[in-house]
Design a protein around this ligand. Sequence first.
Ligand SMILES: NC(=O)c1ccc[n+]([C@@H]2O[C@H](COP(=O)([O-])OP(=O)(O)OC[C@H]3O[C@@H](n4cnc5c(N)ncnc54)[C@H](OP(=O)(O)O)[C@@H]3O)[C@@H](O)[C@H]2O)c1
Length: 339
Amino acid sequence: MESALPAAGFLYWVGAGTVAYLALRISYSLFTALRVWGVGNEAGVGPGLGEWAVVTGGTDGIGKSYAEELAKRGMKVVLISRSQDKLDQVSSEIKEKFKVETRTIAVDFTLEDIYDKIKTGLAGLEIGILVNNVGMSYEYPEYFLDVPDLDNVIKKMININILSVCKMTQLVLPGMVERSKGAILNISSGSGMFPVPLLTIYSATKTFVDFFSQCLHEEYRSKGIFVQSVLPYFVATKLAKIRKPTLDKPTPETFVKSAIKTVGLQSRTNGYLIHVLMVGRLFESQISTFWLGVSFPLSYRIVCNRLAYIHCPAIVTRHLCPVIIIMVVYPRTLQSTSK
Ligand SMILES: NC(=O)c1ccc[n+]([C@@H]2O[C@H](COP(=O)([O-])OP(=O)(O)OC[C@H]3O[C@@H](n4cnc5c(N)ncnc54)[C@H](OP(=O)(O)O)[C@@H]3O)[C@@H](O)[C@H]2O)c1
């Protein structure tokens, strides 16, 4: 019995240390969350980074909302999309509403030979923000081999979701590096955070965007460039085929108003607090790989069922496990060692 006491003393300090560590991490996470979602970085996003903002896929959905939000902050806007009619319409709406200069470039991002035209269109502009937003998904979830016109879908999806991000960055980044400031916002997806079977190519291309953004941010942040990977869950747009917005499927305007607050503060973000809570990243910093390993099979199954937001039980488990161990298992271990 006597020999158990030093072990109990040791365990007591291990437990106390763990509790203190977790308390510190949780306080830090809460402080960070308050700073990002409560205060945000409203002032840092605007013409101070450069006169012009360039938005790909800027005539609808999330891209149009970014264009409007940046114009509202006084930035001149270049819209790059497919249909000239829609470009003209959105461009004159923005010009009239926000009294800023606009330009349009009509290209189809599923093609590869469009970048000379874009380069010409952007020549001489001081670009402060690039939003790589354009993207396409499946018409409906399907097994890889059963995707209609698979050859074309592979080519188009890689061109629009991956090639456009690399090539637009290649065109715009040199000017930003020269001026030592700028921001590149790459719209990935929640589907890029987890494997989503039946949306295989889309999910994989969005993971590319996420990794590309994280790597680029590390390479260029010391040169004054902020690169952000934006990973939304559902937003009520044509692409998502959602007409009626709800709290967890916001309008693109609501989503972008929230996401823009995180520019300069989070290099990887879900952009919208409800989506952050759905994916359980608020306290991510204190989740160990072990807890992630425990919850992943559960999250994975649910993501497979395309009910990603229901994977909250996995998140709760993940966060509660350390607490249960500290509150229940650890005191019992202490009791049994001291007997
Ligand atoms: N909505 C969501 O739930 C959701 C969730 C996660 C991630 N995302 C990502 O967010 C981004 C924007 O999606 P969204 O939902 O806002 O889409 P959206 O409402 O369908 O808007 C797409 C925009 O891209 C343009 N576009 C589409 N295909 C094009 C092409 N081949 N060439 C040039 N422009 C093209 C469209 O212009 P035209 O109308 O002229 O073709 C439109 O301006 C995508 O990268 C998507 O993967 C969306």
